[in-house]
Design a protein around this ligand. Structure first.
Ligand code: PMP
Length: 403
């Protein structure tokens, strides 16, 4: 008999299962709109030209070794990451109260921040509020470290936009000192972001209630094409004096999905508190991963710390962002041409990698079974999966299922 006989099997991860189903489908018209990874016009993964360049520089660097990184990771990478998100002219950085830890990509950064809060957040039993809907891993990560998870309204199905009133109401009603997980740009899965004016209202309530801000930024530069614009909400909160955690991922904006390059940026009240937080994170990190992997952080660090490469990176980012924006327009135009019932403005209004189409779970099922189009049950599509060759086919399939 096995000691594990009574262990119940866990369900497969929905997104990864969807990719596996797509790959196993022999149909030649199949379309994968599931996973949030950039694809070219040919439907292929894209190694950013600037990353390819960095790869070559690294492989030829005879001084590079395979020694351990420090527990908190590559210092040049951490500093550049913080500067990227907070701005080169950030007062918080100048005041020496910004800390960081290199983590296992964005997921690891959310985990590391959540784990720290589970041990050291002073309001015992405080819940983490996540948007409804959100990236499924948010709930899994916070619950995994023992922090209760509650939801705040976000998506308004009637307007296919932001439910600001519901969001602010939930913030007002939450016990003081609750933790709020916010997407600073390119909200996953809805593609709906607050405007700067709305962020001000959000900050007002967050401040009045003494809530803790936890930003998760996985799409900086990818949403609007501008790195600064995509960080505006975060910088605004920092200017207003919030303490906060910021989980950063370089999976999407560098196309480094498998390299797991991420950072947890900590904006603390004072340099002393920053040092204390870093010391505790280092202690915890030692017991989980010991120290982070070097390669992805070397690529990112090389590009962020070199003016010329940085310039090339912003061009590569614009290429991705602009192709996605063009696909939004193409899909919208096709649906309009077909006279597809319903309003579809949200397809062009939403930003970032995803669109929350409003398609229902039964409609998604028909798309998959009849048309071999793969997307998540909540009707989210990854815009990067569309290209000029399949957008018409997809629009016709949508037209059919909504009629
Ligand atoms: N947060 C959000 C909202 C995301 O969409 C993602 C990627 N799907 C991540 C974090 C983290 O991704 P990764 O661990 O690959 O950096």
């Amino acid at each position: 008999a096995s000691v594990f006989e009574n262990v119940a099997a866990a369900p497969a991860d929905v997104i990864f299962a969807l990719t596996a189903d797509y790959q196993a489908d022999p149909n030649t018209s199949k379309v994968n709109l599931g996973v949030g990874a950039y694809r070219t016009e040919e439907g292929k993964p894209w190694v950013l030209p600037v990353v390819h360049k960095a790869d070559k520089i690294l492989v030829d660097d005879e001084y590079l070794d395979h020694e351990y990184l420090p527990i908190l990771g590559l210092k040049k990478f951490r500093d550049a990451s913080a500067k990227l998100v907070l701005g080169a002219d950030s007062n918080a950085i100048a005041e020496g109260r910004v800390g960081s830890a290199q983590c296992i990509s964005g997921t690891g950064a959310v985990y590391t921040g959540a784990h720290f809060l589970s041990k050291h957040y002073p309001f015992k039993g405080a819940a983490c509020y996540i948007s409804k809907p959100t990236w499924a891993n948010h709930r899994a990560i916070f619950e995994g470290v023992g922090i209760p998870v509650l939801e705040y309204p976000y998506w308004d199905p009637a307007t296919k936009g932001l439910d600001l009133k519901g969001m602010l109401g939930a913030m007002e009603n939450a016990p003081s000192g609750s933790i709020f997980l916010l997407h600073p740009c390119a909200h996953n899965p809805t593609g709906v972001d607050p405007t700067l004016e709305q962020w001000k209202q959000i900050a007002d309530v967050m401040e009045a209630k003494g809530h803790f801000t936890f930003f998760d930024t996985a799409y900086q530069g990818f949403a609007s094409g501008s790195l600064d614009k995509d960080a505006a909400s975060i910088r605004y909160f920092v200017e207003r004096g919030f303490e906060m955690f910021i989980a950063q991922s370089f999976s999407k904006n560098f196309g480094l999905y498998s390299e797991r390059a991420g950072n947890l940026t900590v904006v603390a009240r004072t340099p002393e508190i920053k040092n204390t937080i870093e010391s505790q994170i280092a202690k915890a990190q030692r017991a989980v991963i010991s120290n982070p992997p070097a390669y992805g952080s070397r690529v990112v660090s090389l590009v962020l710390n070199d003016e010329k490469l940085y310039g090339e990176w912003t061009e590569n980012l614009a290429t991705m962002a602009n192709r996605i924006i063009a696909m939004r327009q193409a899909l919208f135009d096709e649906l309009k041409k077909l006279g597809t019932p319903g309003t579809w403005n949200h397809i062009v209004d939403q930003i970032g990698m995803f669109s929350f189409t409003g398609l229902t779970t039964p409609q998604v099922k028909v798309l998959k079974e009849k048309y071999h189009v793969y997307l998540t049950d909540n009707g989210r599509i990854s815009m990067a999966g569309l290209n000029t060759k399949n957008v018409e086919y997809f629009a016709q399939a949508v037209d059919d299922v909504v009629r």
